[in-house]
Design a protein around this ligand. Structure first.
Ligand code: HEM
Length: 445
């Protein structure tokens, strides 16, 4: 993250404290910091500290510049690697350049639309299993339910395994790891210094490594024909060499973790919003058939599609994306030095009144074709964009919609607590406290 010493014309931004500048405030301030600096300083904000320069870019065209048009100049960078590499190693979320290209190419077929049609049935089956364990009138921690459900789905769909024996270990590893990613001491102190956050991260990695090693052992003994692990085990490079055990472990941990928490967060906030908007829940239920939903029932433009899009606008499961400039660049008339860290915030841009009328209102109908067509393209980017766009975007959308349809066909969910939503923005925007919902069976009422 060393910055090009050339003098540059910095955009406005918070100055913060001597030496550390606004860096601690930017880490500790979470979503409020992002919202405040965008409001006070505009579309391109600068702050510095400890010799490094940071920019936050909120204008959709500038976002497209970083993620799409000039993406060759941007890597994930040191800050991102510090947050995630302790868990996902060099899997495709973290890797760069040729290694990323090769492994993305290997993994991509598992996300082909034809495969997702195949996964649709198991998605509904698992959702039916989840609600099959609910009792009319009981109170549930909906995020815990959604975490377990999406974990079971990603493991069955992508690895062809039943994850039940490992669920508790995986969830406790994720719960240990995510808060540690935004620990100030971990992000600022040199690597190698032992810290509680780093110990928690190492423990989480060891737990997940044990789980995926066990799955890989089973796949070596009995390979499947379409699951990702068997595909990675069978892959050979140009010299006929297989992937190393470490590479397979990294990719499997990446898919397991990136592939469930995000969708669970999206579902949790959607149920939270629906509980506060009975008229929207009513329309959603009216659209649902009594039969098990199919991919066609939840296609683009359906009401459930608009509901999920709008929920991910207000509560983007990934609240921000970070990049590092390889060489100097210009954004919004300002020079970005090589090595600078660039933040893009879905949270800020998705709530910007220039792109969204009454931006804090939950209005699924704003995703009608006419309105959506007028939006600048990257005023909405829950899955990022460009070559590093989420590989699981279609999987996640189909999954979220089928799960909602399956749940709302059978149940009405009522908020069981008046507590305001408290969001912890780590890599994802997970709720700090349980989101408690009283579940009411429709047939019983
Ligand atoms: C609502 C659910 C989801 C959201 C909002 C989401 C969001 C994102 C975002 C914003 C990125 C880009 C990160 C960056 O550029 O730093 C990303 C990347 C990625 N996501 Fe997702 N994701 C979701 C679901 C999934 C699912 C279901 C899977 C897999 C089953 C998945 C696997 C990945 C992977 C492997 C990457 C790295 C892609 C690459 O760099 O080539 N995600 N996701």
């Amino acid at each position: 993250m060393t910055t090009d010493p050339t003098t540059v014309d910095y955009p406005p931004g918070p100055s913060g404290l001597p030496i550390v500048g606004a860096v601690p405030a930017s880490i500790l301030g979470g979503l409020e910091f992002r919202e405040r600096v965008a409001r006070e300083y505009g579309d391109i904000v600068h702050w510095s500290g400890l010799g490094d320069h940071y920019y936050m870019v909120s204008d959709p065209e500038a976002i497209a510049h970083v993620l799409v048009h000039n993406n060759d100049n941007y890597v994930k960078g040191e800050l991102f690697q510090r947050s995630l590499r302790p868990l996902t190693g060099n899997g495709i979320l973290n890797s760069e350049e040729d290694e990323w290209r090769r492994n993305r190419h290997l993994i991509q077929p598992a996300f082909h639309p034809d495969r997702i049609d195949v996964y649709a049935e198991l998605m509904c089956e698992e959702a039916e299993r989840t609600i099959g364990a609910w009792t009319d009138g009981e109170t549930r921690s909906i995020h815990d339910d959604m975490m377990e459900l999406t974990l079971r789905i990603v493991s069955r769909a992508l690895f062809g395994v039943n994850i039940d024996p490992y669920v508790d270990d995986i969830e406790s590893a994720v719960n240990d790891f995510l808060p540690a990613t935004s620990s100030l001491s971990h992000l600022l102190l040199p690597e190698g210094i032992p810290l509680p956050a780093r110990r928690r991260m190492a423990r989480a990695r060891a737990t997940l490594a044990d789980v995926v090693d066990d799955i890989v052992r089973r796949k070596r003994a009995d390979p499947g024909d379409a699951d990702v692990i068997s595909m990675l085990l069978a892959a050979r490079d140009e010299n006929e060499n297989p992937l190393s055990d470490e590479q397979i472990r990294d990719e499997a941990i990446t898919l397991l973790t990136a592939g469930h928490e995000t969708t669970a967060v999206a579902l949790t906030y959607t149920t939270y919003l629906l509980a506060q908007h009975p008229e929207i829940e009513r329309r959603l239920v009216d659209e649902l058939d009594r039969d098990r939903p199919t991919v066609d029932d939840v296609s683009n433009g359906s009401f459930v599609d608009r509901v999920v899009k709008e929920s991910m606008r207000l509560y983007p499961p990934v609240p921000g994306v970070v990049r590092e400039a390889k060489t100097p660049d210009r954004i919004g008339g300002y020079r970005i030095p090589a090595g600078a860290t660039v933040f893009l915030s879905q949270w800020v841009t998705h709530r910007d009144g220039r792109w969204y009328d009454d931006p804090l209102a939950f209005r699924p109908d704003r995703w009608s074709d006419e309105v959506a067509d007028e939006l600048p393209q990257l005023a909405y980017f829950p899955f990022a964009a460009g070559p590093r766009r989420c590989v699981g975007d279609r999987f996640a959308m189909v999954e979220a919609k089928l799960l909602l349809a399956t749940i709302y066909r059978e149940y009405h969910l009522e908020l069981a607590s008046n507590r305001a939503l408290d969001i912890v923005p780590t890599i994802t925007s997970r709720p700090k406290e349980d989101v408690l919902m009283r579940v009411h069976e429709r047939r019983a009422n």
